[in-house]
Design a protein around this ligand. Structure first.
Ligand SMILES: Cc1ncc(COP(=O)(O)O)c(C=O)c1O
Length: 393
């Protein structure tokens, strides 16, 4: 009955946990979710006002498929300021979220059998998107010791004549690790004279948890690397606009033209009203972001202190985004033999929802989102502590 392509992609393990958490809440149970992938802060008022104004002004019709020129210009200025890189309008496509930017890209660059190198742990949607485009995800495992970053050596080993692209995601979902300039230079040296696209997923680039840290994009290394790189970014996480669905793809103009054509035959333009909101977000005041990041930092510090107090948990200190990815494998036993079972146990026993590491291609870990208030995190931590103690008894 169904097309083969949809059978290629597995059901998301996160859905099992989320569906269960929702059902428990509906049944009146006090479930805390640490599974959210979006900021808990509300959309800034001036962004909301710009969207309301757009509706009132009658900006309710189709727009240019690839986004309104004013928004493309605002994105170009933003990228020039943030990345110190120059692009033109024909190198930019505004999409329905960073997700569509990635989806469009893989659809237009992959032929059957083309390989895409994906360092694990990875964001859950990369492998399904590659599969749906007829490509083959090539998973390269990283380790806690290397800060969950792909090394030049492991990257080189994974490259074959069929390698078409590599995905880099910094800060990373789910680990919070951030590539330094030196890390990127090492990767750039391997990719330098190869015909491989680089996909730089930068959706968390404004959320850095260590003040001394500087964010870097591989496209900055040199002109050749820039030509091979696609920047994927979005307003979703930075401006708390997850539901508005505005993201963008920047890079080679022929690929952008093809992705725009694909978008013209699929979703058409991103929502007109959201585009006006996005324009206000990019061109308006940015000071709220500092407060949000300060709150994320406080929560990350609390969580790291908490993990240190629990024998058996080891956690890489997140440098960006709003996730912690603790190693919980020492708690695995007959009752909770893997990350899915442990997450289910925490949901049932502690009434706390977390995402199993295997959803991100890494067994032995769980992802804890701190995009929720410190009070809620503290309450959840107390519950987790008691449940884990009970499990190891
Ligand atoms: C690493 C990563 N890339 C891309 C996205 C997609 O973001 P958007 O909501 O803009 O589609 C997400 C969302 O969770 C993400 O975590």
């Amino acid at each position: 009955m169904l097309a083969n392509r949809i059978k290629l992609i597995p059901p998301s393990p996160t859905l099992t946990i989320n569906a269960k958490a929702k059902a428990m809440r509906a049944a009146g149970e006090d479930v805390i979710s640490l599974a959210a992938g979006e900021p808990d802060f509300d959309t800034p008022e001036h962004v909301k006002e710009a969207a309301i104004k757009a509706i009132r002004e009658g900006f309710n019709k189709y727009t240019a498929v690839g986004g309104i020129p004013e928004l493309k210009e605002a994105i170009i200025s933003f990228v020039q300021k943030e990345y110190n890189l120059k692009y033109s309008q024909e190198e930019v496509l505004v999409c329905c979220g960073g997700k569509q930017a990635l989806y469009n890209l893989f659809q237009v660059i992959l032929n059957p059998g083309d390989e895409v190198i994906i360092p694990a742990p990875y964001w859950v949607s990369y492998p399904p998107m590659v599969l749906l485009a007829g490509g083959k995800p090539v998973i390269v495992q990283t380790s806690e010791e290397n800060g969950f970053k792909v090394t030049p050596e492991s990257l080189e080993k994974a490259i074959t004549p069929w390698t078409k692209a590599i995905i880099l995601n910094s800060p990373s979902n789910p680990t919070g690790s951030v590539y330094t300039k030196e890390d990127l230079e090492g990767i750039g040296a391997i990719l330098k004279d190869k015909n491989i696209w680089i996909v730089s997923d930068d959706v968390y680039h404004k959320i850095l948890l260590k003040p001394e840290l500087k964010w870097n994009c591989i496209a900055n290394l040199d002109e050749e690397i820039k030509r091979k790189t696609f920047i994927v970014n979005a307003l979703s996480k930075t401006y708390s606009l997850t539901g508005w669905r505005i993201g963008y793809l920047i890079g080679n103009k022929d690929v952008i033209k093809a992705a725009t054509k694909l978008q013209s035959q699929s979703t058409s333009n991103p929502n007109s009203i959201a585009q006006r909101g996005a324009l206000a977000a990019l061109t308006g005041p940015q000071d709220f972001l500092e407060q949000w990041v300060a709150a994320f930092r406080k929560r990350a510090t609390y969580l790291m202190d908490f993990f240190k107090k629990i024998p058996g948990i080891r956690c890489f200190e997140p440098e960006g985004a709003f996730y912690a990815f603790p190693n919980v494998s020492s708690f695995f036993n007959l009752k909770a033999s893997d990350s899915v079972k442990l997450s289910e146990y925490l949901l049932e026993e502690a009434k706390v929802a977390v995402v199993p590491g295997i959803a991100f291609g890494k067994e032995g870990f769980i992802r804890i989102s701190f995009a929720t208030s410190l009070e809620t995190i503290k309450k959840a931590c107390e519950r987790i502590k008691i449940a884990l103690e009970r499990l190891s008894r």
